[in-house]
Design a protein around this ligand. Structure first.
Ligand SMILES: [Zn+2]
Length: 119
């Protein structure tokens, strides 16, 4: 359980923020900050598959950290950074990381909405 929490705390954070948002009057600035932390978690920390295109044309299946970072191969890290603008456009960021990508998109939108509310 402890290992699970260490790995997936970002998902819990985003879920908790949504519950707080619906159930209690929380300062929108706190929500915006929380969702930004959630977004950073999805981008750089969440357990994910690399998904970079390999020489055989298939997506890499090695483990990676976050939607944005590749696996241990330097070329895969570089490939994912290079393709970042395209990835942002196509919200899904490749089917291999669908859950992480969708969560990142949700956190980003929620942070934006909360920030606008705070103004
Ligand atoms: Zn890889």
């Amino acid at each position: 359980m402890e290992r699970f929490l260490k790995r997936y705390w970002g998902y819990l954070l985003i879920a908790t923020l949504f519950i707080l948002w619906i159930k209690t009057p929380v300062d929108p600035l706190v929500l915006a900050g929380g969702f930004l932390v959630g977004l950073a978690y999805m981008m750089f920390v969440a357990p994910a598959w690399c998904g970079a295109t390999t020489r055989s044309g298939e997506p890499c299946r090695k483990n990676a950290q976050g939607v944005l970072l590749g696996c241990s191969y330097r070329q895969h890290k570089w490939q994912k950074v290079q393709h970042f603008p395209q990835l942002v456009k196509s919200v899904t960021l490749g089917a291999s990381n669908l859950v992480g990508s969708a969560s990142a998109a949700i956190a980003a939108v929620a942070a934006l909405v909360a920030a606008v509310k705070a103004m």
